[in-house]
Design a protein around this ligand. Structure first.
Ligand code: BG6
Ligand code: MG
Length: 217
C-alpha cells in the first residue's frame, strides 16, 4: 500500500549524534588558526556543506587563504572527523531511532535520507541501516548545499513522491528553510528558537514516535 506521504530524514543530529563531532573537528581547525569557535556559532554550520562551513569559519576568523590551503584544511577537518567517528556504534543513534526506522519499514512507510554529508553512506553502512531506506541522497549527489532544497527534491523524486507529499525531519535551520521552500512539511528537532520556521518542533527524537509520524501521513 502506498502511503499518502513519505519521509525524508536528515542524518547528522537526527539519526546519529554526530553533530557534536562535526563541531569538535571545526573547533580544532579554528583553534589551530588561532581563534575560538563556540557552540552557538556552530548552529550556523549545521546542515551546511563542508566547503561552506570552512568559508564561514574563515570569515569569522578574518582569514584569507589560497585554494590549496583551503583544500588542506578541508582534508584535515574530515580526517579528524572520521577519526572521531571511527568507533561509532549503535549507541550513537539518537533516542528512539533504533526502533523507529525498522518500524516505519515494517509499516511500508517509505523514507529516504537527505543529508549534506559526503560521509553519510559510510555511516549508514557501518550501522547497518542502509537497506531500510527507499533512497539515499547525500553530499555526493548534489551541487547546491542546504538551504537550497536540491537534496530533498532528489530524495522525493527517487521515492516517486511530489515534494508537497514529503515530510522532512531536520535539526538545522538551513534544512528547515530548504524543506519549506518547496512546500514539504518540516519537523525540527532541537531548539524552537533556532527552528521556529518549522511546521513542528520537537525537543528530541524521543518525541518522534511512529504514532506522531502516522498522524501526519
Ligand atoms: C551536515 C552536517 O549533515 O553535513 C554539517 O550538519 C556538515 O555539520 C555537513 O558540515 C557535511 O558533512 P561532511 O561529512 O561531508 O563533511
Ligand atoms: Mg543535521
Amino acid at each position: 500500500m502506498k502511503t499518502k506521504k513519505a519521509i525524508i530524514f536528515d542524518l547528522d543530529g537526527v539519526i546519529v549524534d554526530t553533530a557534536k563531532y562535526h563541531y569538535l573537528a571545526w573547533r580544532k581547525i579554528a583553534n589551530d588558526l588561532g581563534f575560538d569557535f563556540s557552540k552557538a556559532e556552530n548552529e550556523h554550520l549545521k546542515g551546511v556543506s563542508r566547503v561552506k562551513s570552512l568559508e564561514f569559519l574563515l570569515k569569522k576568523g578574518n582569514i584569507t587563504l589560497t585554494e590549496k590551503e583551503k583544500n588542506k584544511l578541508l582534508v584535515s577537518k574530515n580526517e579528524h572527523y572520521l577519526s572521531l567517528i571511527s568507533h561509532m556504534d549503535e549507541s550513537e543513534l539518537l533516542d528512539g531511532i533504533k526502533t523507529l526506522l525498522p518500524a516505519l519499514h515494517q509499516e511500508n512507510i517509505p523514507f529516504a535520507l537527505g543529508s549534506a554529508s559526503k560521509n553519510a553512506r559510510r555511516i549508514l553502512d557501518s550501522l547497518q541501516l542502509s537497506p531500510l531506506f527507499t533512497a539515499i541522497v547525500d553530499g555526493t549527489d548534489v551541487t547546491k548545499a542546504k538551504p537550497d532544497p536540491e537534496v530533498f527534491v532528489i530524495a522525493a523524486r527517487r521515492m516517486c513522491y511530489a515534494p508537497k507529499n514529503c515530510i522532512v525531519i531536520e535539526d538545522s535551520k538551513a534544512g528547515i528553510e530548504a524543506a519549506n521552500s518547496v512546500g514539504m512539511t518540516s519537523i525540527g528537532i532541537g531548539n524552537d528558537q533556532v527552528l521556529q520556521a518549522a511546521d513542528y518542533v520537537l525537543d528530541s527524537t524521543r518525541q518522534l514516535t511512529l504514532a506522531f509520524i502516522k498522524n501526519l501521513l
